[in-house]
Design a protein. Structure first.
Lengths: 289, 382
């Protein structure tokens, strides 16, 4: 098994005829993802690569093809609109790769998406992959291998580095999820940890965080309360300089400075194995499995 | 993007929030003129305009009794550095006659995924300490962005600041206008600290901070035009123009990485192996050799850099594009220091071939590359 996506995933690509959308649609098809439809308004009569039907609207695409998941590659200026449309069409899983969506737009998007019972992953994320089953997004398929480690990360290329270390040393992955680095994201560490805990085919979880916010601290607290599987974690930004922070609201709302040291401490306190560098991932997993 | 206090005051004023008189100056003579105009009978305050917190504690905010004194203060403050930033402008305002200081701020809250309004009757420079030690003195409200800040919500919070109903109404009005300013500028933070009452009972916004969400700038050219490039480090301005994210640090290993998380992890690893990173540099996700050329120009302009470290994990970024950029750059200008290149992922083989033909070697292991780069800064073999 896996979390969020698997062999049954029927994928729709919003922005399939665009530069990024078309490139990654080909990669996903090549990986074996069931790409069943594309959407580009005004190109509703085309066939992408001669096989994938393109529709003018998401609703039409869902109705005609039974798509249950969408991945969004449209430009930032229209990305919030694309998420609204996908949520309205009744899709269960929305994955938004696009970066640069204004955070105030995301406050509106999140109310809309959660009221319709959909799950959003991202925005500003690399998407997810259940190796050997389905890839939704931009994580390079060739660095992954099927297996029993769950990976959840706020980062993009750093996630690839960790997956590369895992695969290279014989640890395949059940699912790797890039949750995105924006202040407002649809799926957070806790959602993923909870899903991995419930997944019978995941034995251990690697979480990759970074400086800023308090998501990692809350996730660590959740792990000590609700996760029985071994968890190890990495926090990027140990050498990041203290910012020239303006205003006080950030510190007041989070009650935290969001430094790597504070986060690593929280991970350790809650029984999570703390990696000092990416290469520690496999040795730490071996200790705990 | 940070706005200066004087810019934030202008925005609040435009939204109808009462702000004391005041003006911005770039020279001591301008300060004298403003102080003479404002200060007629009383003292003025001269405040450094830099994008850094803790200005007062750093000596960047001073009181002056006369225009002559204001000029002397301005001479001290203009040109001083606060947290590495040079002061080019000061705000001159009448010294307020303060009866009470409150705090009013709006921020996008990651946890509730909404704008949250926070107010406290214990405003002023120690507000963070108040929040940490006596959190019951901070009142919060998550705003539903579909409806905005409703009148009864603002008034309810205003009652936690004042007893006098005229002041409560004035503060509630200010909160609603602040929310309008917050959404109207595409802010991620808008803050009045302190919100004061005067001896005469007036409620005024004495100091204001606005941080604009960078993702809003494309659709708000009038806000983007407020950017003050002179208030930022020149190398950071140059990097932004080239589409790179760059932060200068004090170390000797110049880092060029794709992706912010991997860039931070690379800097951490430099430190782990006994070196010090000279910068944070993210070339982003695109595959453009010119970006690499620009990145190398910026890194090599730093005289502290003793070795350059590339760490590229190809995904969207193609390793061959990075390799081409490295080769193009070294044809355009000689590199003054040794370089260690690590690349793996998309089109790695093509990249290795391009680099080998140009006389460079490339590694595939991140730890090995970092170790070698650190060793080169220390003049030894890894």
């Amino acid at each position: 098994m896996s979390i969020f996506i698997n062999r049954e995933t029927r994928l729709l690509v919003q922005g399939i005829t665009g530069r990024d959308g078309s490139f990654h649609a080909r990669q996903m098809i090549g990986y074996g993802t069931k790409v069943v439809a594309g959407v580009t308004p005004g190109k509703g009569d085309q066939l992408f690569e001669g096989v994938v039907p393109v529709f003018n609207t998401v609703a039409e695409a869902v109705q005609e093809t039974g798509a249950n998941t969408t991945v969004i590659y449209v430009p930032a200026a229209v990305a919030a609109a694309a998420i609204f449309e996908a949520a309205d069409a009744g899709l269960a899983l929305l994955v938004c790769i696009t970066e640069g969506i204004p955070v105030l737009d995301m406050t509106l998007v999140m109310s809309y998406v959660s009221e319709r019972g959909a799950r959003l992953i991202g925005p500003n994320c690399p998407g997810l992959i259940s190796p050997g089953q389905s890839k939704v997004g931009i994580i390079p398929g060739n660095i992954c291998a099927p297996g029993r480690i769950g990976v959840v990360s706020r980062s993009g290329t750093l996630t690839y580095e960790i997956i590369h270390q895992l695969t290279g040393q014989g640890y395949g992955q059940s699912t790797c999820v890039g949750i995105g680095g924006d202040p407002i994201i649809g799926t957070n560490f806790i959602h993923c940890l909870s899903a991995f805990e419930a997944d019978p085919d995941t034995d251990a979880i690697v979480m990759i965080g970074e400086i800023g916010g308090t998501d990692e601290q809350q996730a660590a607290e959740f792990v000590s309360r609700a996760v029985t599987k071994p968890v190890i974690g990495f926090i990027a930004g140990q050498t990041a300089p203290p910012g020239r922070r303006m205003g006080h609201a950030g510190a007041i709302i989070s009650g935290s400075s969001g430094t790597a040291a504070e986060k690593m401490q929280a991970l350790a306190t809650h029984g999570i194995g703390v990696m000092k560098r990416p290469a520690d991932v496999v040795p730490l997993l071996r200790e705990r499995l | 993007m940070n706005l200066h206090e004087y810019q934030a005051r202008e925005i609040l004023k435009r939204h109808g929030i009462p702000v004391p008189d005041g003006d911005v100056a770039a020279t001591p003579d301008e300060v004298t003129a403003i102080a003479a105009r404002l200060g007629g009978r009383g003292r003025v305050v001269v405040k450094a305009q830099v994008h850094a917190g803790g200005r007062g504690k750093a000596g960047g905010v001073k009181l002056a009794a006369t225009p002559g004194e204001a000029k002397a203060m301005a001479q001290e403050i203009l040109g001083m550095t606060i947290k590495g930033l040079t002061v080019h402008k000061v705000l001159v305002a009448p010294a307020a006659d303060i009866a009470s200081e409150s705090y009013v701020g709006i921020i996008v809250d990651r946890a509730s995924q909404r704008p949250v309004l926070m107010v406290s009757p214990a405003g002023g420079i120690d507000i963070e300490e108040v929040a940490a030690k006596t959190p019951e003195k901070i009142h919060r409200l998550a705003i539903d962005p579909r409806y905005g800040l409703l009148p009864h919500q603002a008034q309810g919070l205003a009652f936690s600041l004042y007893k006098d109903i005229a002041q409560v109404r004035a503060a509630a009005d200010i909160m609603q206008k602040l929310y309008a300013a917050f959404t109207g500028t595409g802010a991620s933070l808008a803050e009045i600290n302190p919100l004061i009452t005067t001896a005469a009972g007036q409620v005024l916004a004495l100091d204001a901070k606005i941080v604009v969400d960078d993702n809003e700038l494309d659709r708000r050219p009038e806000i983007a035009a407020l950017r003050d490039a002179s208030a930022e480090a020149p190398s950071e301005v140059q990097a932004r123009k080239a589409g790179l994210t760059f932060i200068k640090l004090e170390g000797t290993v110049g880092c060029c990485v794709n992706g912010a998380g991997l860039a931070m992890a690379t800097m951490d690893l430099v430190k782990y192996y006994g070196g010090e990173p000279a910068n944070f540099l993210d070339i982003g996700g695109s595959s453009n050799p010119q970006k690499v050329v620009n990145a190398l120009r910026i890194i090599t302009a730093d005289p502290n850099v003793k070795a350059i470290l590339f760490n590229i994990f190809g995904g969207i970024t193609r390793c061959d594009d990075v390799a081409n950029g490295i080769v193009q750059a070294t044809r355009q200008f000689p590199l003054p220091v040794p370089m260690v290149i690590r690349l793996t992922g998309t089109n790695e083989q093509e990249a290795v071939q391009i680099l080998t033909q140009a006389g460079f070697s490339a590694l595939t292991d991140m730890d090995e590359a970092v170790k070698q780069a650190v060793a080169k800064t220390q003049g030894r073999a890894a």
